[in-house]
Write a protein that binds this ligand. Structure first.
Ligand SMILES: *Cc1c(COP(=O)(O)O)cnc(C)c1O
Length: 425
């Protein structure tokens, strides 16, 4: 049976590292910056991208490579690139496509750090973003496009708005407008959703979340679907010689891997934001149990969401697995599960909410999400603090919103923790 046919549960364990006779069964940490070669000609071939191999761990490394191959297999892409953080993955996914003077469109319900990156830092680099309400009809969304629009960016499950991406509409829009659809699949993970199969062209992750899964290592990854036509006239950087790389033409020389190879040999080479071998090892180890953990995260979140929805002191709960969620049907259509993240507000607003958070004993207040331990966070005063109130509302963050990252502890203990904290308000 070919590896492509393996189910995802098998791929999380078996893809990537392929030991040869007598080599370690488990992916080793190649903690080496450099690689030895017999002749200068061998190294020249690497520089010319004529031979496959590693030359320097700012650009590639065998531990990272095995992890990248596994991620590409899980998402169904032609290649992957591991980055130092999720933020860096989003940055490179955009800068690899758009230059100073270009523009792209992003669905407004986004992670706060991504909003800050797009609206401030990329703007300083001359790349303009328009944040749009992705729920608008297709024809309305088209009006935001300009001749210099180069991409659409959106999250599968928005953090923390919990909106579910309308893949059909957004991928149709991207195709009709001749730009790639980039999807941040962090909350869903490839176990719950594979955006490339739903019309996305490029996937990014903060592997810091469920991929690592244990809150040990910050990292990011970009996966190239290999499907986008960079030769449609809008992307000269892909079809004209790269002066910084002695005249390489990415589409001519690398075919359907043009995007991911360009990202590595231009952006990772020059910015130096590659993932470290140690963190690649930990992310790969996390992946080996992804499917088992995600099932429990989803099951626990569903039960906690139902408990909270029926509690008299709760004013609202948002979880796409609840029938009351505006995207309940869409979640069923596109996702195998709704992740371990839910949001809610308590009667009495943010003041009572803060009291509740402080009264939790098992669930901790941490600036993190999507690991095995149950945790809570108040985005308006934490992750989304740097945004204006209007930007917070656009990102789906109301002042009273509490985000719960439901862990994989016994659900009875999680519910009784929330129950005792609710009694104190
Ligand atoms: C955390 C997060 C990021 C940023 O990732 P880092 O690894 O923290 O840089 C991007 N997108 C989403 C959806 C996130 O949750």
């Amino acid at each position: 049976m070919s590896k492509e046919k393996w189910s995802l549960e098998t791929k999380t364990i078996q893809c990537g590292w392929q030991p040869k006779n007598g080599e370690p069964r488990v992916l080793p940490i190649y903690q080496s910056t450099t690689y030895r070669y017999d002749t200068a000609a061998d190294v020249a071939k690497l520089f010319d991208l004529e031979a496959e191999g590693h030359m320097y761990s700012r650009i590639s490394n065998p531990t990272c490579d095995a992890y990248e191959k596994k991620m590409a297999a899980l998402e169904g892409g032609v290649g992957a690139l591991a980055t130092s953080s999720g933020q860096n993955a989003s940055t490179i996914a955009i800068t690899n496509i758009a230059s100073s003077g270009d523009h792209f469109i992003a669905a407004g319900a986004l992670y706060g750090g991504t909003v800050a990156l797009f609206t401030n830092t990329l703007k300083k680099m001359g790349i303009e973003t328009t944040l749009v309400d992705a729920e608008l009809p297709l024809e309305e969304l088209k009006k935001y496009f300009k001749p210099n629009t180069k991409a659409i960016f959106a999250e599968t499950i928005a953090n923390p708005a919990m909106d579910i991406l309308d893949f059909e509409k957004l991928s149709t829009l991207a195709k009709e407008m001749g730009v790639p659809l980039i999807v941040d699949n962090t909350f869903a993970t490839p176990y719950l959703c594979q955006p490339l199969k739903l019309g996305a062209d490029i996937v990014v992750h903060s592997s810091t979340k469920y991929i690592d899964g244990h809150a040990t290592s910050v990292g990011g990854v970009i996966i190239d679907g290999g499907t986008f036509d960079w030769c449609n006239g809008k992307f000269p950087e892909f079809t004209e010689p790269d002066k910084s790389y002695h005249g390489v033409i990415y589409t001519r020389d690398f075919g359907n891997q043009a995007f991911i190879i360009k990202a590595r040999v231009q952006w990772i080479r020059d910015l130096g934001s590659y993932l470290s071998p140690m963190n690649a090892f930990l992310s790969n180890l996390g992946l080996e149990t992804l499917h088992v953990r995600m099932d429990r995260h989803c099951e626990n979140a569903q039960k906690l969401a139902e408990f909270l929805e029926n509690h008299p002191k709760i004013s609202w709960v948002k979880y796409p697995g609840l029938e009351s969620h505006k995207h309940f049907q869409r979640a069923k259509k596109y996702l195998k599960g709704c992740s371990g993240v839910l949001t809610f507000g308590v009667k009495g607003g943010s003041q009572e909410g803060e009291k509740l958070m402080n009264s939790l004993e098992l669930a901790a207040i941490v600036v993190h999400v999507a690991d095995v331990r149950t945790s809570v966070l108040h985005p308006a005063s934490m992750t989304h603090r740097q945004l204006s109130s209007e930007e917070q509302i656009a990102a789906g963050v109301s002042p009273d919103l509490i985000r719960v990252s439901v862990g994989i502890e016994n659900i009875k203990d999680i519910i009784s923790d929330f129950n005792q904290a609710l009694e104190k308000i």
